[in-house]
Design a protein around this ligand. Structure first.
Ligand code: GDP
Ligand code: GDP
Length: 443
C-alpha cells in the first residue's frame, strides 16, 4: 500500500530540513544507518493521529547546486506538483515575503493539489503579526509554525491529513501483478531496456496512464504467464529546456514515485561510468522504501574486457552500493539484447524472496543458532536477551524480535543477525527488517 506523499518546497534557509528532521524524530532507525555510507535522507516515513505518510524534502537534494536559485525552486515545485498528494510551501516569518516566494506561489496556485502555506520561524507571538502579508499570495490562511521549537505542528498536521484519500486497502495484493520499476539516471538505457523486455517477451501489451506524470505503466504477461506492470520512468526526459546536469540531479527525486509503487526496482547503471553519486541516492531510496532491487550494469558491450573484468566490476559495484549489497547484479546490453533474457527470471526470484514467509518454528531455530554462536555483547553489566521472533509481514520480510530492552540492541549485532538470516534463508535482492518489541519479563 502506498502512503500519501507530502512534499516540502520553499527557498533555502526557510527551515525545511529542520522541519523534516523534527518530523523524522527518532523514527529513523539504526537498522537503516550503514556506517561508512553518508547519505542525506530525501524521504522519511512518519505519522500523525495514526495516519502514516511520507514526507519528501524536495529542497534537500542538492543545496550546493550552482543553478540559479529560482530555476531550482521552480523545478522542485514542479516535481512536488507532479507527484505529491499534499504540498507544504515553506516561507520565513523573519524575512517576510520575498519575490522568490511570490514566483513559486504563482506556480503553485495553478495546481489542483492542496497547497498549504507555512510561515516558519514564528518563534514568538510577536511574529504572528508578520502573518498578514502572506495572505497576498492567495494560498489561503498561513500556518504559523516554529520548527526549532516544534510549535504549531498540530494544526498544520491536522490540515495535512485532512487531504489524504480515505484509507485504501490494497487490492493489488489479490491479483498477482509484479510491479516493476525501471530507474536510473538519464541516458543509462531505461527506454532501450524496457523496449527490449517488452519486445522479446510480448504476449500482451497495453499502455495505461501512470498515476503521475513521471512514469508510463505497461501491463504485460510473459511466456510463463507471470504478470508485470512495468513502470518506466524514461519519461523523465522532459521537453523543457533543462540542462543535462540539472536533469540528472532531479532524476533522483523523480524516481521516487515509481519506486514507491514498485515491488522490484531495476536500477540501471551505465557500465562506462560505474556507480555515480546519483546512483547511490537512488539505491538508498529503494532500500528505504523496503523494495526489492536488481542492479543492472547496462552497456556492457561498450566496455573493454579481459578475464576477470566482470568479477572485479561486480565487486566494485557492490562495495560502492554497500547498503544494498544483497542485490543481484546483471551485466547486459539493452542495445544488442545480450543477456536481457535473464532479467525476468531474476525479477521473479527477488519477488519470491521478498514475499517469503518463514514459519515461527524455523525462525526461532535459526535465531537460537545465531545467539548461541555469537551471544549479544554485554553492555554496562547487562546483556540483550532475545526471547523469540516472529515474521510480521512480507515485502519486505519483517521480523518482530521480542527482547528485554531494545536499548541493548546494537547496530553491529543487528547486522550480524541480518547476515545470519540471509545465510539461513537466502533473501536475494530484498531488504529485511527487524522490529524490536520490549517484553518485560515477569520476575
Ligand atoms: P532549509 O534550507 O529550508 O532546509 O533550512 P534549514 O532547515 O537548514 O534552516 C535554516 C536555518 O534556519 C537554520 O539555521 C535553522 O536553525 C533555522 N531555523 C529553522 N527553523 C527555525 C525556526 O522555527 N525558528 C528559528 N528561529 N530558526 C529556524
Ligand atoms: P534512458 O534515458 O535511460 O531511457 O536511455 P535510452 O534508452 O534512451 O538510451 C540512451 C542512449 O544509450 C541511446 O543512445 C541508446 O542507444 C544507448 N544505449 C542504451 N543501451 C545501450 C547498450 O546496452 N549499449 C550501448 N552501447 N548503448 C546503449
Amino acid at each position: 500500500m502506498t502512503k500519501p506523499l507530502v512534499a516540502i518546497v520553499g527557498r533555502p534557509n526557510v527551515g525545511k530540513s529542520t522541519f523534516f528532521n523534527r518530523m523524522a524524530g527518532k523514527r529513523v532507525s539504526i537498522v537503516e544507518d550503514v556506517p561508512g555510507v553518508t547519505r542525506d535522507r530525501i524521504t522519511v516515513d512518519t505519522e500523525w493521529l495514526g495516519r502514516a505518510f511520507t514526507l519528501i524534502d524536495t529542497g534537500g537534494i542538492d543545496p550546493k547546486s550552482e543553478d540559479a536559485l529560482l530555476s531550482q525552486m521552480r523545478e522542485q515545485a514542479q516535481i512536488a506538483m507532479d507527484m505529491a498528494d499534499v504540498i507544504c510551501f515553506f516561507t520565513d516569518a523573519r524575512d517576510g515575503l520575498t519575490d522568490d516566494d511570490r514566483d513559486v506561489a504563482n506556480m503553485l496556485r495553478k495546481t489542483k493539489k492542496p497547497v498549504l502555506l507555512v510561515v516558519n520561524k514564528a518563534d514568538t507571538l510577536a511574529l504572528n503579526d508578520a502573518m498578514y502579508e502572506f495572505y497576498e499570495l492567495g494560498l489561503g490562511d498561513p500556518f504559523a509554525i516554529s520548527s526549532v521549537n516544534m510549535l504549531g505542528f498540530g494544526d498544520l498536521l491536522d490540515e495535512i491529513i485532512r487531504y489524504f484519500p480515505a484509507d485504501t486497502a490494497s487490492p493489488e495484493d489479490e491479483e498477482e501483478i509484479i510491479q516493476l520499476a525501471v530507474v536510473g539516471r538519464p541516458n543509462v538505457g531505461k527506454s532501450s531496456l524496457t523496449n527490449r523486455l517488452l519486445g522479446e517477451n510480448r504476449t500482451m501489451v497495453s499502455d495505461i496512464a501512470g498515476t503521475t506524470r513521471d512514469a508510463v505503466d505497461t501491463l504485460f504477461t510473459d511466456a510463463d504467464g507471470t504478470r508485470y506492470n512495468i513502470i518506466d520512468t524514461a519519461g523523465i526526459r522532459r521537453k523543457r529546456s533543462v540542462e543535462e546536469e540539472t536533469l540528472e540531479r532531479y532524476s533522483v527525486l523523480r524516481s521516487i514515485a515509481a519506486i514507491r509503487r514498485c515491488d522490484v526496482a531495476l536500477l540501471l547503471l551505465d557500465a562506462r561510468d560505474g556507480v555515480t553519486e546519483q546512483d547511490t541516492k537512488i539505491a538508498g531510496l529503494i532500500r528505504d522504501e523496503g523494495k526489492g532491487v536488481i542492479v543492472i550494469v547496462n552497456k556492457w558491450d561498450a566496455v573493454e574486457k579481459e578475464t576477470g573484468t566482470l568479477e572485479k566490476y561486480q565487486k566494485q559495484v557492490l562495495s560502492d552500493l554497500k547498503f544494498i549489497s544483497y542485490a543481484p547484479v546483471l551485466f547486459l546490453s539493452a542495445l544488442s539484447g545480450q543477456r536481457v533474457q535473464n532479467v525476468f527470471p531474476k525479477v521473479r526470484e527477488v519477488y519470491a524472496a521478498a514475499s517469503r514467509r518463514i514459519t515461527t518454528g524455523v525462525l526461532n531455530d535459526v535465531l537460537a543458532d545465531a545467539v548461541n554462536a555469537v551471544p549479544p555483547p554485554m553492555q554496562g553489566g547487562r546483556r540483550l536477551r532475545i526471547y523469540y521472533g516472529t515474521q510480521v509481514s512480507v515485502r519486505p520480510p519483517s521480523f518482530a524480535l521480542f527482547v528485554n530492552d531494545e536499548e541493548l540492541m546494537f547496530f553491529a549485532y543487528e547486522r550480524y543477525l541480518e547476515n545470519h538470516f540471509r545465510k539461513a534463508f537466502d533473501f536475494p535482492g530484498t531488504p529485511i527488517r527487524f522490529l524490536l518489541r520490549e517484553k518485560k519479563k515477569e520476575s
